[in-house]
Write a protein that binds this ligand. Sequence first.
Ligand code: NAP
Length: 298
Amino acid sequence: MAIIIDGKKVAAEIREELKLKIADFKNKTGKVPGLVAILVGNNPASEVYVSSKSRACEELGMTSKVEKFPSEIREEELIQCVTRYNEDENFHGILVQLPLPSHINEQKIIETILPSKDVDGFHPVNVGNLVIGKETFYPCTPYGIVELLKRYSIETKGKHVVVVGRSNIVGKPIANMLLQKKEGANAIVTICHSAAKDLSRYTKDADILIAAIGKENFITADMVKEDVVVIDVGINRIEDKNSKKGYKIVGDVKFDEVEKKASYITPVPGGVGPMTIAMLLTNTFSAFKKFLEKNKII
Ligand code: NAP
């Protein structure tokens, strides 16, 4: 039976650590980190994400603001809003909740955010810095995965990490992060995607398997080797007549059978998910600290 990687517990620890640091900085400087979330339209999932992000900020003593716009907003207005927060010294992190309506060029909006306030780590400057191994804001979900591996003392050096999924927000950044020649990384990395003809050929060789596919119960026990470390990023909603909501959330990995073969595994929910917000708060705190240093406040 695998050791269950408890993302909820680790995320709570990270938040507690941040809370203490924020209180300390407030005492010394009178300032606190600020995060603004920009939300366009009324996608229910986006609304839930944004409200949990802003609640998390407030619990830690950060300033938090949500800028809400109707889905018809013009691109120019959105750019003006981002520009305003680029200049606002009370907000150190800006996040634009994706996806945006189709008439808005998402990439253009992301590129309007100052790289020093891009706490989601999606700006091309930050992506480039990640690839060449320079200090940057790591995208929150991959950052959460690296932190989980670190806090569970799971060795990555020389290990074969197989990432299934090549999205810009999970697959590509986690592969690049684990590839870096430094502590907590230094892995041999394979990235798979939907063009793989025989996915098992790759997954069976993984010491660490990261599934970021978006297909429920896709990775089965016959696709992994004994003692594999499994990180399940997937969040899939499936019908569940026994639950009040009528659905439940499952990952990309068939947990019950893979757990019997794995040495470590993240559950869904309660694995990678809670880490994403914890790392967003971590990035916002880092942006705040850099702002204080740059302005010689500390
Ligand atoms: P995405 O953009 O849809 O990417 C999915 C990737 O899986 C693509 O690269 C796709 O290949 C690959 N794929 C699909 N079918 C495949 C197959 N049969 N064999 C091999 N590869 C296949 O998704 P994403 O944004 O990375 O998210 C992935 C999952 O993680 C989703 O369930 C999402 O909800 C979840 N997620 C969770 C968090 C969190 O906080 N825990 C954060 C972000 C995302 P192609 O590139 O060839 O299409």
